[in-house]
Design a protein around this ligand. Structure first.
Ligand SMILES: O=P(O)(O)OC[C@H]1O[C@H](OP(=O)(O)OP(=O)(O)O)[C@H](O)[C@@H]1O
Ligand SMILES: NC(=O)CC[C@H](N)C(=O)O
Ligand code: SF4
Ligand SMILES: [Mg+2]
Length: 546
């Protein structure tokens, strides 16, 4: 393949415009809307790149039932729950436990790095308790430093309060000003600490003769901050599980059952305890069974007697629900359940839809592992082409998104894959991936496959082009870094050396993720697609005084 004048490997024989000639057109056409810079960038540690569509944090909570102390090893359980959520954040983690009603303080262990490096047997032994919450972090709103590790613990007039947060407050700055004006000091730039401090003061119209009214305080906070959060909040012998009213971030509930309970009807099984988690993927590994999602706007109270909904906060102006569609596309583990369906099934449908939208004659359908694999199976099934593996992935290299700088990301891609040469040689390959962000992954892979003897490599992407920033807890790179803002699909194919490249349409994606849902109640569904469309839940950033 000849190198074109733009310096990229364009196939001179194909009838397409060189990337260099029309790149400006893409940049101009998508520049009509003005999006504010994310304020958090000003508080990032010096010299640290803020790059990558990095996500997203995992929160976890567990409480045992019956008389305390119980035999459940709560800290161990939370630790395993966090290991299952490790894909959601790898910068730092923490666990906070409570003995229950009479405990004066919490046991806390937090640190930088991966869960397996932070928690050893001794640390777990010291985390005594009958209930606890945990967090694994990818930073969005304050530097990746020990001081910002979660859960946050603050001391209130009613004892210690711990909070773990997944998401990002869109109106963080105005809320921050408000809290500071009330005379409350903040020790970090973290929006999660801000939530903790917001909950410390009782709202003026709430009477607290019988002690703190946490549901009322949480409701008050929710009316001040529309987006985005899934929270676990612990005080003495209770945990509150909270999801913002748009349902932007995921959160679900599970029941801890007896080890030998088998697959019997969950309603008939005795609860040994309860768990809440960003995703359900870890439930089986800790002996818990999936019960249901926390509903948008719902505040659930967990105690040793069980769980109950204590309030549901409505969305402002009856706006639509806005569950992050990228949880389906990439973020979540494929064995997690959202909206009554496995993430894997939704990804499979995305692949099927992609095959309907962009059919092709080829010898083999394959995937860029991991998260592209389900969609590739879907594409193969729909098209009738055989599925075969063409890449071997080194499992010891982290997710591409979760790398600190572009240079390291590129090196990471090169180290990450090997071609299964004998599966590839002489083949026309349809290669399916879930998404393209900066376009660093796909080019080197195409080169690997061509070097291994592939005769054609056609790229099919099971999501639409990413073009806009996310203000709700996902680090999407600057608009200039997003390859879809520089090159259209044809230009990108040329740039990365593919024979063709197409994306799934926005309508196709929304349709696909709804196909296997257990219920399609329009009042109870709706997706955030802002990074694909520029349409933000709750309005444009300035309307929310961002
Ligand atoms: O266009 P880029 O900026 O290069 O990023 C896109 C790639 O990053 C993600 O994979 P990743 O390897 O991070 O995770 P995965 O193993 O879950 O697919 C995603 O699935 C794409 O393959
Ligand atoms: N990714 C996230 O959900 C991050 C939570 C919070 N905004 C933080 O930066 O700690
Ligand atoms: S903008 Fe994109 S990544 Fe952010 S919440 Fe919406 S769908 Fe998810
Ligand atoms: Mg990938």
């Amino acid at each position: 393949m000849a190198q074109s004048e733009c310096g990229n490997f364009c196939d001179a024989g194909r009838e397409q415009t060189c990337c260099k000639q029309t790149a400006g057109t893409i940049a101009r056409s998508s520049a009509s809307k003005v999006f504010p810079d994310k304020i958090y960038k000003s508080v990032q540690a010096k010299g640290k790149d803020v790059t990558g569509m990095t996500c997203e944090c995992g929160v976890f909570g567990a409480i045992s039932c019956g008389d305390y102390p119980t035999s459940l090893d709560i800290a161990q359980m939370i630790c395993l729950g966090l290991v299952a959520l490790q894909h959601r954040g790898q910068e730092s983690a923490g666990i906070v436990t409570s003995q229950g009603k009479n405990s004066k303080n919490f046991a806390v262990h937090k640190g930088m790095g991966m869960i397996s490096n932070i928690f050893n047997d001794e640390a777990i032994r010291k985390l005594k308790g009958n209930l606890g919450i945990g967090h694994t972090r990818y930073s969005t709103a304050a530097a990746s430093e020990a001081v910002n590790c979660q859960p946050f613990v603050v001391h209130t007039a009613h004892g210690a309060l711990a909070i773990a947060h997944n998401g990002e407050l869109v109106n963080c700055e105005s809320l921050r000003r408000e809290v500071l004006e009330r005379g409350v000091g903040l020790s970090t730039h973290s929006d999660s600490e801000l939530i903790a401090q917001s909950l410390c003061c009782a709202p003026e119209d709430v009477s607290e003769h019988d002690g703190p009214n946490w549901p009322a305080r949480i409701r008050h906070f929710m009316t001040l901050a529309p987006l985005s959060y899934s929270l676990v909040v612990m005080h003495k012998e209770k945990i509150y599980a909270v999801r913002d009213s748009y349902g932007n971030r995921p959160l679900c509930l599970g029941k801890i059952v007896a080890y030998d309970a088998g697959h019997a009807n969950i309603d008939e099984q005795l609860a040994e305890g309860w768990v809440v988690s960003s995703e359900s993927c870890g439930f089986l590994s800790i002996g818990a069974r999936y019960v249901r999602e926390v509903e948008p706007g719902e505040i659930i109270e967990l105690s040793r007697n069980g769980y109950r909904t204590v309030d549901i906060v409505e969305r402002p102006d009856y706006k639509r629900m806005a569950f992050c569609i990228f949880e389906y596309v990439y973020f979540a583990r494929s064995d997690s359940m959202f909206e009554g369906q496995m993430v894997y099934s939704a990804r499979l449908q995305c692949g099927r839809q992609l095959a309907r939208e962009s059919p092709l004659d080829a010898d083999l359908v394959s995937s860029v592992p991991e998260s592209g694999t389900a969609a590739a199976h879907g594409y193969a099934r729909e098209s009738g082409l055989p599925f075969g593996e063409v890449l071997c992935k080194n499992r010891y290299v982290g997710r591409t998104f979760i790398q600190p700088s572009n240079r390291l990301r590129q090196l990471g891609v090169a180290k990450k894959f090997g071609a299964l040469a004998q599966n590839v040689e002489g083949k026309r390959i349809v290669l399916v991936d879930d998404s393209i962000v900066r376009g660093n992954t796909i080019g080197p892979i195409i080169k690997l496959l061509r070097d291994a003897g592939a005769t054609e490599v056609h790229i099919r992407i099971a999501s639409p082009p990413l073009q806009y920033p996310c203000y709700m807890g996902i680090n999407i790179p600057t608009r200039e870094e997003l390859i879809a803002n520089k090159l259209n699909a044809t230009q990108l194919a040329c740039h990365v050396g593919a024979d063709s490249l197409t994306y799934l349409s926005v309508q196709g994606l929304v349709k696909a993720v709804q196909m296997n849902k257990s219920h399609v109640n329009p009042l109870k569904s709706g997706y955030c697609t802002a990074c694909l469309t520029g349409e933000y839940p709750g309005g444009l950033p300035e309307e929310l005084s961002w």
